[in-house]
Design a protein around this ligand. Structure first.
Ligand SMILES: [Zn+2]
Ligand SMILES: [Zn+2]
Length: 108
């Protein structure tokens, strides 16, 4: 199977083949960051954790990375941060939107 589909990494902003992005879920959702960027980030996060264990960070429920709190959307109504980081959240919302649209079309 060959595919020319490309995807732009949210981190390095380079267009890369889909194989360069690790899947978030078995359903085919891909991570917004390419593998090299993820490796660098995870390594960097590991170091940051040693330096400031109590820093305001949160672990993303989707990509399992520990990221600064401002990487997460603030949910005013529940006074808490979203459990997905912005990158994962946008991917998740786009996927949800597509799924809903498909369901709406099926019902009509
Ligand atoms: Zn990248
Ligand atoms: Zn994430």
């Amino acid at each position: 199977m060959t595919t020319n589909a490309k995807r732009t990494c949210h981190c390095c902003r380079k267009a890369k083949s889909l194989e360069s992005f690790p899947p978030l879920q078995p359903g085919g959702l891909l991570h917004p960051y390419c593998r090299p960027c993820l490796t660098i980030r995870v390594r960097r996060n590991g170091r940051a954790r040693d330096q400031a264990a109590s820093a305001a960070t949160k672990e993303c429920a989707l990509c399992a990375q520990r990221l600064p709190l401002d990487t997460f959307h603030w949910i005013k109504s529940s006074q808490t941060h979203h459990s997905y980081c912005r990158g994962c959240h946008s991917v998740y919302m786009a996927e949800r939107y597509r799924r809903r649209r498909r369901q709406a079309v099926a019902k009509a």
